[in-house]
Write a protein of this length. Sequence first.
Lengths: 113, 111
Amino acid sequence: ETGVTQSPTHLIKTRGQQVTLRCSSQSGHNTVSWYQQALGQGPQFIFQYYREEENGRGNFPPRFSGLQFPNYSSELNVNALELDDSALYLCASSLVTSQETQYFGPGARLLVL
Amino acid sequence: DAKTTQPTSMDCAEGRAANLPCNHSTISGNEYVYWYRQIHSQGPQYIIHGLKNNETNEMASLIITEDRKSSTLILPHATLRDTAVYYCIVSAIQGAQKLVFGQGTRLTINP
């Protein structure tokens, strides 16, 4: 148990729809990162939020967007869903200090039909 | 970020030490070596990390070669619950800490 929670944990959407995934960080952590993990692959970095601002982004299109709230919780929004967006979406929280590790939530499994 | 190379899969007998190698020959001076593991369908779990000295915690030991081009994660007494995919990651300490996961090593602990 890392103290990082995600909701919902499973959901099904159809192509073209929009989805919002939520993440509550571990107590005291002010940074949230999001990752996408396709079946059989390692997680891929989407972006990171620190102090409510995007603080680094991976190779994902603009239809992947995020928010961080004053309590450090975060949302990942994906617009115009595509079949390839089917994946496990992971959030991880950390403190932005050197050596600080990221602690992952259980993930949200998204299936796009 | 530097890339890592790990064996695709390994087997180990329960109760024995599991030694998982990782090659990171292009690692930079400001990059740490991190190990995470992922048990089926769960979020990755942090195990240990180090810069250049060997490290030990309650889960594992990390041995980093003197030239820092490779490392070994050691699980001293493997149990069936250690069956997982193990990821070796190098990550800089400055800026947004983006973890770059490779394919990892699928470790199977056999009874």
